[in-house]
Design a protein. Structure first.
Length: 214
């Protein structure tokens, strides 16, 4: 009877398979693999050789630095804890400074008129505007100038023009404006703005002028 020879490749494959199986079986028995260390005597399978007391056989290259903890019965070193860096603090919110309030606008020049031979001023909204501005702008000042028409004696008209200006100043003082911030004067009949020969012109001349001077 003839013996059938297996091809060489098949023989090698069977041998390799047996080798892998044997290697797996010895590893399963708790053998310690050298994994490239030269600190111990190693067999042809790469396993560290044990003595009769099941201790790893050290080589001449053994040292504490190259020793395997499992061979020496040492506690396995614990892996260093992974330190997760704390998140960077959130940037502080940018707080925008509020826009400065616009500077108050100075009121335009005010001209008020009086009845004939009268010096009393009634409540006038335009004068309230001057008072509000001066209360907000602390260093502001105003000039108050009284005028008359040409009817009557010149000296009397001068006194009347001052009374008219002073009446306006008293009104503003009642709104909180101090006297030292108001320049009061009378021009009498010396500065007409219209023809005193007409009734309408004289009405225009009986006036008081208020304006910001600072």
């Amino acid at each position: 009877m003839k013996t059938k020879l297996l091809p060489l490749v098949a023989v090698i494959s069977l041998a390799a398979a047996g080798s892998v199986q044997a290697h797996s079986s010895v590893e399963a028995k708790g053998d310690i693999m050298a994994d490239g260390t030269s600190a111990y005597v190693v067999d042809s399978w790469g396993r560290i050789v044990r003595d009769n007391e099941n201790r790893c056989v050290r080589s001449i290259h053994w040292s504490k630095d190259t020793a395997i903890a499992k061979c020496e019965g040492w506690a396995e070193p614990k892996p260093a804890p992974v330190v997760v860096p704390a998140p960077a603090p959130a940037p502080a919110p940018v707080v925008e400074a509020p826009a400065p309030a616009p500077a108050p606008m100075a009121p335009a020049k005010f001209i008020g008129h009086f009845d004939f031979d009268k010096a009393d001023v009634q409540e006038v909204p335009e004068l309230d505007t001057f008072a509000a501005y001066m209360n907000e702008v602390a260093d502001s000042k105003i000039a108050i100038t009284g005028h008359t028409d040409s009817t009557g004696p010149e000296a009397y008209n001068q006194t009347l023009s001052v009374k008219r200006a002073q009446d306006v100043a008293d009104y503003l003082a009642g709104k909180g404006i101090s006297a030292d911030r108001m320049m009061v004067k009378g021009m009498g009949e010396s500065s007409p703005v219209a023809d005193n020969a007409t009734k309408a012109g004289r009405a225009e001349n009986r006036r008081v002028e208020v304006e910001i001077v600072k």
